[in-house]
Design a protein around this ligand. Sequence first.
Ligand code: GLU
Length: 553
Amino acid sequence: MDHKKLAELLFPHIDKTPDYYEQKFKIRDLPQGAMVTRLGPSPTGFIHLGNLYGALADERLAHQSGGIFYLRIEDTDDKRYVENAVETIISSLRFFDINFDEGALMEGEKGDYGPYYQSRRGEIYQCFVKYLVEQGSAYPCFLTEEELASIRQRQEQAKETTGIYGRYAEKSRSLTYDEIKANIEAGKPYVIRLKSSGNHDLPSEEIRHIHVEDAVRGVLSMPENNQDVVILKTNGIPTYHMAHVVDDHLMRTTHVVRGEEWLMSLPIHVELFEKLGLPMPVYCHTAQLLKLDNGNKRKLSKRKDPELSLDYYRREGYHPAAVKEYLMTILNSDFEEWRLANPDAPMEDFKFTTEKMSSGGALFDLNKLNDISKDVLVKIPSSSLYDFLTGWAREFRPEIYPLLRDNRQYVEKILDLGRTGNKPRKDFIRAGQIFDFISYFFDDYFVIEDTVPENVSDEDAAEILTRYLASYDHSDDQTLWFEKIRGIAEDMGYAARPKDYKKNPDAYKGHVGHVSTVIRIALMGRSQSPDIWEIQQILGKERTRERLGLMIK
Ligand code: GLU
């Protein structure tokens, strides 16, 4: 068979050669060691935690090495296209301060290595497929859906590997030029398949193995590919295998960070690179995100786990810095240790390495995220926390937005409560929870949630508050203020110190802590809260008196 003639028959409209593109998309002029990474989402509009996990790795690798991080839209499957998906992808990642240098951007395509939409690269792929046909490494296959289904059925019955390989490929591989030409003239649809060099009929111990150095997993040894996979579909659009090989090469990607679900098809990619005579990028196959469900680890699922969607974190009001900090702890095993040694350093100072990435499943745990969030939020100054909280409310809780917007000073003081000093309180996790935590400061949201301690009778509670109100002087300092509470406790038969009560419980009705809990409930509606004196200072004299009065009735 004259392969060149066949290539002309199949791709008469393609007049360029791979070399043309090789020249057009020059090796990037970047400093030694600079990495070029990419995110290649399909435009379904659903951007999830796994994407963010990968994107964070991509972004760190590129930017810490002075390289480039670009966005390529893998839209070869138009059934999956969702309106505004690209905007959603970009803005979802921007929220986490992950920004692209190049590619399919909001303002349009940017960069010298485009187009960055696979749907616009048809000719480029076909040029490389044409080259493979010319080399005798690819061929047209006219098998119909029915024929493929019946092959599959036979293979399943015989418990054989499914697919087109070895003897199942014979029929299409051996078509003559004239037969192919006649089929095309008859309008029969066809795909282009890779003519794999892998031999399917060898006993397993003789199968050649490929060795690929994965930056996360070390050297991988896998049986070589022997399937004649489809590289160009009937509509002339390439499959993922072909498209990613061509794109990652021409866009001069140095590191391909992708999910471990692609590991299985790595031998196909290796064969494609070999047959095209192109160097391979460094692969970094990341671990799947898993969660514990009733003690068992399982993959996060779109249907069962709302936390898989990035929208979830925005809606719940997680601070992007907290989510990133947490993802970094599951991405790089030495991050936590670094953080302990560098509590105040920006995350960007951490040297991210692929070697320290987990290769087993990465366990995602919302409780751990919450803990990390507390540590992250405690370091955020109240003014910027205020902006974050207000911005969140505006989008997700419009009914509380004016309250926050119009009371900047008041809210900042509230947010600062107990957070300064060397043992700051770590009460804040996410915007929704922060608002609930501080809601008692706003009259419209103030409710009595807890009851007074059991050992304090209703009469005593009323008397405590009456006495407290009578002696209340807003200008008392914290010491004097507490002395007064002690005085009230003692007068009413409660121990002035908890330890006196513990030593001799029969001698008292309770202790000063029970007395102050009554005051706390009157003021905050809750039996747990930051320091009462400080809260009163923020509430102000009027509101403090008013709330005490309310509960005496
Ligand atoms: N479009 C592929 C996906 O969404 C990208 C995989 C890759 O990064 O190579 O899974």
